[in-house]
Design a protein around this ligand. Sequence first.
Ligand code: SAM
Ligand code: SF4
Length: 336
Amino acid sequence: MIGYMGGRRLLDSYGRVADDLRISITDRCNFRCIYCMPAEGLKWLARDDLLRFEEITRLARIFVQRYGVRTIRITGGEPLVRIKVEELVGMINAIDPTLDITMTTNGVLLRDKAQKLAEAGLKRINISLDTLHADRFHEIARADMFARTMDGIEAAREAGLWPIKLNMVVMQGHNDDEVVDFARLAREKGYEVRFIEFMPLDGDNIWTNEQVVPSRRIQEQIEDLFPLEPVKDTRPGPATRFKFADGRPGGVGFISSVSQAFCTTCNRVRLTAEGGLRTCLFSLNETPLRDLMRSGVSDERIGSVIETAIWHKEEGHLINKPGFIKPAKNMSQIGG
Ligand code: SAM
Ligand code: SF4
């Protein structure tokens, strides 16, 4: 194990530093969430097109050791459908056991995986949950898996994957009447619930601005019952975070990607399952790293390609502005 050797950071031309790496490890998923994937699914990548665990680990090592990346989030598609995902977590953890390795999952396979992931070095987990009603869950995820998902959340807690964050994509007319129930759940169980604005990255092209519930409105609803106090983060992230003013455990966070974009402080960089480097969720192109790696080039060379790509990171996305173009890939193909 060799840690960050100091010196270089991944700087873009607007002065931001990329130090939060999100790695998608599969484009496949066992759900078909209405805000993400088409009902009929997508054509999956061929096995050979996916980055192998060794290739993912090599890239992770470059990001960590050369550029000081400290947070690595494993996502997808659904990361837990990739066989032996816990081995990958172990391989990344071996780069530096102090790394903040996290995962975003729909949770349905956690009863089997949570303990193995924790033992391999996963530190924290975000579990997506959009409703507390089984019938709605079936409608939104297009999978009848509410009970298994709730049990998966319990399994994560039992395995010590803590704190647990719950991601809720709030959509007008689908689940916006449940935000207070989610705040109550946060208080009862000590979770942090993150309310996410619906972004135009769905596979069915159903996004309209009218379906976005602005964070400000959600916050007002919650504060009518449970006053909130801002949490000052040492490392600012995309979520504006709050704890409950009466001292109850848990908290809430708002990811206002549409109503109050956080592009000016964005520190994220993404790797798709096929090894494409994306500097923004809404990038219209990506920098392919897989074939470069497979052609036998040095870490030095890969590093210089990464540095150039990050330098050209977009200033910000253009949702609701003239000139916005929806990316050809949907959220499950990019890695949220
Ligand atoms: N399958 C895993 C899951 O659902 O947690 C990980 C991948 S998923 C693409 C990552 C996150 O993106 C999830 O929390 C999901 O709710 C969110 N997401 C997907 N499509 C979205 C959209 N159109 N707008 C906002 N968030 C979205
Ligand atoms: Fe699958 Fe996650 Fe997309 Fe839902 S949000 S379809 S669980 S990748």
